[in-house]
Design a protein around this ligand. Structure first.
Ligand code: SF4
Length: 360
């Protein structure tokens, strides 16, 4: 992903977090990036969540529940029960289920005990039905007509599968014509006025940027058609001649959506700081529209997540002098940046503060 695309994607995420209008007005909107399935990864994913369900989900902590944990947690009973009586037959050896139970217990999202050499389980809380809708957005700031055609093929497959409730393309306003004419009519087109609007001074991980850059301007150039995640979908399995495909049952789609939603809950869209080097003295966060984007003072531009690593030729660790307060336990500006982004993520996951064990 190029620098322009990375920065554009972060701006779209920030805009969506603040301005997205969910289908149900009371839905809460979670935003994540680079999520999907083994076969398909979307740039931006929005989960429109039932507000009470989202708060109830917080009982299971800030981290995502993977597929195995989800299978255990969802079926865990209110009272102590032998695990094989409580959980549906997994269709694979029970020892894998036992491993998941031990992991869930260690995470504090399930209780387990041993009675007469049998493992019994009990839930800590009912796992809520918190996901209302899933919206997928492809971010393509710089598309010409031929690249748009390739993207159109991809979106046609998304529409046929119907895993998301809506699929969209976000692009720069001046690219709209190529997109609208090439995209399948079921896909929406969002035009984003993504100027190079990073502003504010060096943050050094403290509350960034005293000055706020103008908000990103986004408009709907084409409304999408609502897809039906509860209906069977069609997945292309071979693009040869003839093209082969398979049907995907609604139950499989429901499972996949639940896993995507869990990943969105755990990761959000600010996790880029976990793989970049905010502990480099050149690293900065700058305001851009409704959010922040990483900025590199050594390169004098926004850097990509890939180039901002320990192997970067210009990487220079932040000096100990920057770390005096709280160092080394709480770290310097680099750690402060991570804490700041984690705090912003937490704000959109109500109820997490009720769990004293959550320290992330
Ligand atoms: S110099 Fe390299 S490691 Fe340091 S902030 Fe810039 S891109 Fe990241």
């Amino acid at each position: 992903m190029g620098g322009a695309e990375f920065g554009f994607e972060l701006r779209v995420c920030a805009w969506a977090e603040r301005h997205w209008t969910p289908a149900d007005p009371d839905s809460r909107v979670l935003v994540a990036r680079q999520l999907g399935t083994q076969r398909r990864r979307w740039d931006t994913v929005l989960v429109e969540a039932d507000p009470a369900g989202l708060r109830a989900r917080a009982a299971f902590g800030p981290d995502e529940l993977d597929a195995d944990l989800l299978d255990v947690v969802r079926y865990a009973p209110a009272d102590w029960t032998y695990y094989r009586d409580a959980l549906p037959d997994p269709g694979y050896p029970w020892r894998y289920v036992r491993e998941a139970i031990h992991r869930a217990s260690a995470r504090g999202v399930l209780e387990e005990r041993k009675r007469s050499n049998r493992i019994e389980i009990r839930r800590i809380a009912p796992y809520p039905d918190w996901v209302r809708r899933v919206v997928a957005i492809e971010n393509k700031p710089d598309l010409d007509a031929s690249a748009a055609r390739a993207l159109a093929n991809q979106l046609e497959r998304d529409v046929a599968l119907g895993l998301a409730d809506e699929v969209w393309v976000a692009t720069r306003a001046d690219r709209t014509r190529a997109l609208v004419t090439e995209m399948p009519s079921a896909a929406g087109v969002l035009t984003v006025e993504a100027t190079d609007d990073a502003g504010g001074g060096r943050t050094d991980g403290r509350l960034p940027g005293a000055t706020r850059a103008p908000a990103i301007d986004a408009d709907v150039a084409w409304h999408p058609r609502a897809l039906d995640p509860d209906a069977s979908g069609v997945r292309v399995t071979d693009h040869g001649d003839p093209t082969t495909f398979e049907y995907v049952a609604p139950a499989e789609k429901r499972e996949t959506r639940a896993r995507i939603a869990e990943r969105a809950y755990g990761r959000g869209w600010r996790a880029y700081a976990d793989t970049m080097r905010p502990d480099c003295r050149a690293f900065d966060l700058r305001r851009a529209g409704d959010g922040h984007v990483p900025y590199c003072h050594a390169k004098d531009r926004e850097q990509t997540a890939a180039e901002c690593s320990g192997s970067c030729a210009e990487f220079a660790p932040e000096p100990p002098g920057w770390r005096q307060r709280g160092w080394p336990i709480e770290g310097g500006p680099g750690s402060a940046v991570k804490r700041l982004l984690a705090e912003r993520r937490r704000r959109h996951r109500p109820g997490l503060g009720d769990r004293s064990a959550d320290t992330k």
